[in-house]
Design a protein around this ligand. Structure first.
Ligand SMILES: [Zn+2]
Length: 555
């Protein structure tokens, strides 16, 4: 059958109509929840809002209505509409620039963990089938002059309509936007377009290229080890993943999720807060010398904590059991344990975190001996409680809470089984930390050893029907920002660093945050530099001099 060629304007209008209709269920639900679409005024507002979205999409597609760009643009937007729709409906995520960065840094393996029947069927029915219909529809584009004329008139008239609508409902629109900042991230697919535009503009706002040097004055204040007087320090930085502070037994959770940390008498800062709500946001911020607010306002990127440690002469190693170090370890020795042939700890191209401890001795031995002699900092980047497949984060032998949710369609699991699967992942992290502490107790006998475990962000587990993480920071619930921060010091380390155990324990509820991570590590390793800010170092108030000074102040 020969199809009659259509004007591209029809394609633009129909595609825009389809996307606004299928993409915005979450938005309408949220508006209804806020009673913003109640009564005749509400209905008029809803109609106006829908026409505004359709008009804006028409303007966008109308500007792309050239022979070689119209169909690809429609197809890309169709798929992004359906993807965004799925994640908004299934996990209540918001489509923000932060979430998009997160998604773009996801490797194929992580992405496949999110695939399920719901997603596949909506991709096929709502995106692939319409995309196929669009692709095979003949279109009469006309000559270049006509295309130019049309691609100016359609967007301009749509924008005129959008402007008139926005002015007409300025009052309710402005107040909804001001009071409920999440709404703008639910406008599908325009929120994805806006997020892409924001990210694309970023390199122009900030200097690009190699990072600015940091702490060129960094040196070890301990001096070179002489005899038995000063022993080198070995610090394991376990960089946790998706762990919630309130799910740690050591922090008062009703379930025994952290027996190993309790056995080791680890010290827990129970009031610790993350810099971001995703790995991509938190990691660079944690390793930066700048506290969150300054970090977000920075003009350019600086070198990070690892560069400074290395500059001070220490041996530095990043072991990664996850999707990589987000550029942080580019200039220091690093290795990945994430992909291994199947063995006791690895299967299906993923490994349990224990694999990092198995490889630690060999990796350490490969570091420069002169540096090792001055001290070592090892980052162990965990898989931790990475969702949504929490049940894959613990081996059968560590599963104490059953039955477990074994689906990645979290909303299909009953709350108890979801809680079980997540808590098992925390219990496995506890086992891993226990093993790391045992390794520190046993192995390097010529060093003073310590471990600091901090998670990059938390996780929503269905509270308020919200799942996963990555909400814009200001809107994110505490569950995504309240993180565990646990310290273990060997007696030799505490003695050498003059750290008072009692003082640290007494500060369990003092507020700490990722702002202090950089400074904590410099303080613990005895690295001296102008970039070190003792006021941000949560350990500093418990160093002996500080404790003595505080005591004499109160006298
Ligand atoms: Zn993370």
């Amino acid at each position: 059958m020969n199809r009659r060629p259509l004007s591209p304007v029809w394609l633009v209008l129909v595609a825009g109509l389809w996307m606004t209709l299928i993409g915005n269920g979450a938005l309408w639900e949220r508006l209804a929840e806020l009673h913003l679409v109640d009564g005749p005024h509400g209905k008029a507002f809803a109609l106006g809002l829908w026409l505004t979205m359709w008009g804006a999409l028409t303007a966008l597609l109308g500007a792309a209505a050239w022979r070689f760009t119209l169909k690809p643009t429609i197809v890309v937007l169709l798929f992004s509409t359906v993807l965004a729709r799925h994640f908004m409906n299934s996990y209540n995520v918001l489509i923000s620039p932060g979430m998009l960065t997160n998604a773009l840094q996801t490797d194929p393996h992580e992405a496949s963990a999110l695939l399920n029947g719901h997603l596949l069927s909506s991709l096929v029915l709502l995106a692939a089938v319409p995309a196929w219909l669009v692709w095979r529809q003949p279109v009469a584009y006309g000559n270049l002059g006509w295309q130019l004329w049309r691609n100016a008139v359609v967007p301009l008239s749509s924008l005129a309509l959008v402007t008139a609508l926005v002015l007409g409902m300025f009052q309710p629109l402005a107040s909804a936007n001001r009071n409920h900042k999440d709404l703008r991230y639910l406008v599908n697919p325009l929120s994805s377009v806006a997020a892409v535009a924001r990210l694309a503009a970023q390199p122009f706002q900030r200097q690009v290229g190699p990072p600015l040097p940091l702490s060129e004055d960094a040196h070890l204040a301990l001096g070179m080890p002489v005899g038995n007087a000063v022993r080198p320090r070995l610090l394991l930085l376990v960089l946790g993943e998706t762990a919630r502070s309130d799910r740690f037994g050591i922090n008062g959770y009703a379930r025994p999720t952290t027996p190993e940390l309790e056995r080791a008498q680890a010290i827990s800062f129970r009031n610790a807060w993350s810099c971001g709500t995703s790995t991509a946001e938190s990691l660079p911020c944690m390793f930066s010398h700048l506290p969150r607010e300054e970090y977000l306002r920075r003009d350019g990127d600086h070198e990070n904590l690892l560069d400074v440690l290395q500059r001070a002469g220490l041996a530095v190693l990043w072991l990664d059991n996850q999707s990589g170090c987000k550029g942080l370890c580019d200039r220091v020795p690093h290795a990945s344990t994430a992909r291994q042939p199947a063995n006791g700890l690895c299967s299906d191209g993923e490994c349990l975190d224990g694999i990092m401890l198995e490889q630690l001795d060999a990796q350490l031995a490969a570091l420069e001996p002169a540096r090792r002699g001055r001290g070592v900092v090892v980052v162990l980047h965990q898989m931790g409680s990475h969702g949504p497949a929490y049940f894959r984060r613990s081996p059968a032998s560590a599963k104490r809470f059953l039955p477990e949710c074994t689906s990645n369609a979290l909303q299909d699991c009953d709350p108890q089984s979801l809680r079980n699967a997540y808590d098992n992942s925390i219990a496995y992290t506890d086992r891993f930390l226990g093993q790391a502490i045992d390794w520190l107790r046993r192995n390097p006998t010529d060093t003073d050893n310590a471990l600091v475990y901090v998670s990059d962000h938390g996780e929503s587990l269905g509270e308020g029907n919200l799942f996963l993480h990555g909400m814009p920071y200001a809107l994110a619930p505490d569950a995504q920002k309240h993180v565990p921060w646990v310290t273990w010091l060997s007696p030799g380390f505490a003695h050498a660093d003059k750290l008072s155990d009692a003082c640290l324990r007494a500060r369990a509820d003092a507020r700490v945050s990722h702002d202090g991570y950089f400074h904590s590590v410099l303080g613990l390793m005895g690295v001296s530099t102008r970039a070190y800010r003792p006021a941000l170092d949560p350990y500093a108030p418990c160093r002996h001099e500080a404790v003595l000074a505080a005591n004499s102040d109160t006298r």
